[in-house]
Write a new protein. Structure first.
Length: 281
């Protein structure tokens, strides 16, 4: 007479799969609701914390299930392994955030160190940790050329320009609109002479100094950062300095530093393209 073994089922594998599946679904739902402004920052933090806790619990249950399957030959090994893999993938972003938190434990802004004298100082004094201070750039070019390269880099990085001031811009409290002389009677403009295409309001005339105000958004969560860029021409050189500060976060995990690095690298590429220099592969 042939015997047979009664195999038990590892019920923890089912619990592990349920916890992990709920955590994986909770993360994108929380992000979407936050992007739609249906959750505030505190609610998003609690949502992500809950998702991370469920993923960690699912990981532990999956490990326990695998041990039970290995030692007792219980049923449910496939589901336990699947839950283990998915839980590990779900916890990867949290591990990355922990690494960035350790690397950038404080500060929610970054800026370049000033390359010019006191009259052309950077937009703000350096503060915070040493990781938040970067080197600016200087180019053997006019300020207007660097300004166009900066606009190209901002467009490529998806940074939205909100305002630009130059050394030729009249003061905000001035009533002078830049028109010399007075006109007693307004001169009408023919409707047919109006350009059909919208004008580029940031296409400024050649100047020796530019100050760009912009807003950068973090990937995925779209946390806004207020960006200020200073371009100043002195002699045969033009200097560019930048500051980026988070609007809502107390710790940016190095995001503002990455914004500055990406922008300055984009300006370098735009300047090489303007000068006809092809980068070697």
């Amino acid at each position: 007479m042939a015997g047979h073994y009664i195999r038990t089922r590892a019920r923890t594998a089912g619990w592990a799969w349920s916890f992990v599946a709920f955590a994986v679904a909770l993360i994108p739902v929380g992000i979407v609701l936050f992007r739609l402004r249906l959750l505030n920052l505190q609610d998003l933090s609690w949502t992500l914390l809950l998702a991370g806790g469920l993923a960690a619990l699912g990981l532990l249950l999956a490990l326990a299930s695998i041990v039970k399957v290995w030692r007792r030959g219980a049923i449910g090994g496939g589901r336990a392994v699947s839950a283990l893999v998915i839980a590990a993938l779900a916890l990867l972003p949290f591990a990355g955030a922990a690494f960035l938190y350790r690397q950038f434990p404080e500060g929610a802004s970054a800026e370049t160190a000033g390359l010019v004298d006191a009259a052309l100082a950077p937009v703000a004094t350096a503060s915070g940790s040493p990781e938040s201070v970067l080197a600016g750039r200087d180019y053997q070019a006019t300020a207007s050329m660097v300004y166009e390269a900066a606009r190209t880099a901002l467009e490529q990085e998806g940074i939205e320009i909100t305002d630009v001031q130059s050394s030729l811009t009249p003061p905000r409290d001035s009533e002078d609109l830049g028109v010399s002389g007075t006109v007693a009677v307004p001169i009408p403009t023919l409707r047919g002479s109006i350009a059909a295409e919208p004008q580029d309001r940031f296409a400024l005339k050649d100047a020796r100094e530019y100050t760009i105000q912009a807003v950068a958004y973090a990937p995925i969560f779209a946390f806004p950062s207020d960006v200020t860029i200073r371009i100043a021409e002195e002699g045969a050189q033009t200097f560019i300095d930048m500051r980026s500060a988070s609007r809502d976060l107390d710790r940016d995990l190095g995001q503002n530093r990455r914004i500055i690095v990406a922008f300055l690298n984009g300006v370098d590429e735009a300047m090489r393209a303007a000068e006809g220099i092809v980068q070697e592969e």
